[in-house]
Ligand binder design. Sequence first.
Ligand code: MN3
Length: 207
Amino acid sequence: MAYELAPLPYDYSALEPYIDGETMKLHHDKHHQAYINNVNAALANHPNLAALSVDDLIRDLNKVPEDIRATVRNNGGGHSNHSAFWKLMGPANSPGIGGDPTGAIAAQIKSDFGDFEAMKKTFNETTAKQFGSGWGWLVFTGGKLKVITTPNQDSPLSQGLYPILGNDVWEHAYYLKYQNRRPDYLAAWWNVVNWEEVNRRFGLAKG
Ligand code: MN3
């Protein structure tokens, strides 16, 4: 069964002024769709792999035949990462969006980083330094939250890590509005983080 692009869970312009509508439309309709088209094409003759959820597909890339492994890693990763990313955001100033973390993740952040400001600083500084295209992530491993980055569309899932929160720092995610100012995009992005979804994912990561 081929993967399909789910509609955004809000309007293209819903994340303004932090992320502009034109960027969201291109990012979702063109970039995310292209990852889906490419992974579907690669799996056309592999119905056993195509039957997996995209997260399960990329959890163990060794089970993917070598001739399509790089395509699946890049485009299956792109589909998984963006599917999570859209849900991890929402319109600023709505309940549970932006502002301080809520629920279980708030306590875990306090425990592992001291406070939310310290976690944001670590996340933003680490992710700003990711060379070229990639992602910044918050993962839960060994009983603690940790900030990591991955290059390209590599998913933490392929390293046995479950991403709780992630931000896309490919230029396509921010260039129209922020140009070369990745740190400004990173700083603004916290206004649209969906803490309910972060908490949901944190619950899954804790298992
Ligand atoms: Mn992207």
